[in-house]
Design a protein around this ligand. Structure first.
Ligand code: NIG
Ligand code: FE
Length: 410
């Protein structure tokens, strides 16, 4: 079995454990200085400090980290990775203050990307996403969630999910798929909301589950999109077919999405800019991870979600890019980490947990990914620095030096 040793690690910084960490624990990570690690068949077998045992050093495949910082590979727990076209033509409108939901109501926004995604072939979608994944990997992202939701019809939703499945076999970044057929009401169903919800719950969700095309089901629960009640119907149908629940909640208005998330035991609630106390308490009770998207706040000129109130209430916070052509055209997770520091005032340690262990938990991967410990997968980043603070200080640069996925240097 292929083995790998990394020696001369100046600082190994990692959260610990197999579950999301909220409250104080989110910032209580392990720091090992002068460390080394060994992996076999893609799994970490030993982590130590000081002199490397001779038996370990006998291994031929040795990387000298040169005193650098090593962390777990970064996990982007919320992206809309697969779509056709871009939407730069909306930029001036947004800068002039036309509200996001108004652009959508006029058939632009998500619906404009739906048109370009419907007209793209699966191969075109894959090629475009593959290029993006290559750049994500260079930034240290080793796992990425990918939502559908730019098809809003059977054929195109399945095309997006099949593209993700195929990409999983073609390139190193591990993709975790979420079915987001409830991203908007397609124009053909403008006068028939119930008909579209029936299409989702009676046709699409069963087919997605049957073909194993997604692990999670998501809904955009927002004013003018789907109500909390409709979201509950859709997410419960997903749960009945074995799809874990995720929800775009309280992005613009608090209409009950985070409360619903907690009540139905959703694995995550995402966005949460407008989350209120009732929603935060419900998430804490329901064991829901809050996936916060600070680059979207930046791009849409919105406030930052109340991350500290969530952490204080014991809700584990993850942060992700929300990469999509409308509200966040950047997939730079290092920038997201920086914004978590500036916008949410997370400490570097809390922000690291947010893009590793808590992000893993938000996509059901915390037992295998998100920390550097024996038994976990060897997904690692060797950084161009010897300390954690530097990552949050030199914002705007790619500071990843070497990225390792499943025990292999990428
Ligand atoms: O998460 N909020 C809903 N969906 C995306 C935006 C999608 C788009 O504008 O294309 C988001 O921000
Ligand atoms: Fe999103």
């Amino acid at each position: 079995m292929e083995r790998l040793v990394i020696k001369n690690i100046g600082l190994l910084a990692t959260p610990l454990g197999n579950s999301a960490q909220g409250g104080k624990a989110q910032g209580e990570i392990q720091y090992l200085t002068n460390a080394w690690l060994e992996a076999e068949g893609g799994i970490i077998t030993a982590v130590g400090t000081g002199t490397v045992p001779a038996a370990v050093l006998a291994e031929p495949n040795i990387i000298d980290a040169g005193g650098a910082l090593v962390t777990p590979g970064l996990i982007d727990a919320h992206t809309h990775l697969i779509f056709g076209g871009w939407r730069e033509h909306e930029l001036s409108m947004k800068r002039q203050g036309v509200p996001y939901l108004e652009i959508l109501a006029k058939g632009g926004g998500i619906l404009s990307t739906v048109r370009s995604t419907r007209s793209a072939t699966q191969e075109e979608l894959e090629d475009k996403a593959e290029e993006i994944l290559r750049e994500m990997l260079a930034l240290g992202v080793t796992t990425c969630e990918a939502k559908s939701g730019y098809g809003l019809d059977t054929e195109t939703e399945l095309k997006q999910l099949r593209a993700a499945k195929s990409l999983n076999k073609k390139q190193p970044v591990e993709l975790v798929s979420t079915f987001l057929g409830a991203h908007a009401l397609p124009q053909e169903y403008k006068e028939d909301r119930e008909g579209y919800i029936r299409l989702l719950t009676e046709e699409l969700i069963p087919q997605v589950a049957k073909e194993g095309l997604a692990e999670f089901c998501d809904v955009f629960c927002e004013t003018g999109v789907f109500t909390a009640q409709e979201s509950e119907t859709i997410l419960r149908a997903g749960q009945a077919h074995g799809l874990g629940a995720k929800i775009h909640a309280d992005e613009i208005d608090a209409i009950g999405g985070s409360t619903l998330a907690g009540n139905i035991g959703a694995i995550s609630a995402e966005h949460l800019i407008a989350a209120d106390d009732a929603g935060i308490q419900a998430m804490a009770k329901g064991g829901t991870v809050a996936v916060l998207l600070p680059a979207t706040s930046l791009y849409l000129g919105k406030p930052y979600a109340p991350a500290r109130a969530m952490i204080d209430a014991g809700v584990p916070v993850a942060t992700a890019s929300d990469f999509n052509p409308g509200s966040c055209p950047s997939f730079n997770l290092q920038l997201v980490m920086d914004l978590a520091c500036w916008g949410y005032k997370l400490t570097p340690a809390e922000a690291l947990t947010a893009v590793t262990l808590n992000a893993a938990a938000a996509i059901g991967r915390a037992e295998r990914l998100g920390t550097v410990e024996p038994g976990k997968q060897a997904d690692l980043v060797i950084w161009k620095t010897d300390n954690l603070d530097y990552l949050f200080y030199r914002f705007g640069q790619n500071l990843a030096k070497t990225v390792i996925k499943n025990g292999k240097v990428c």
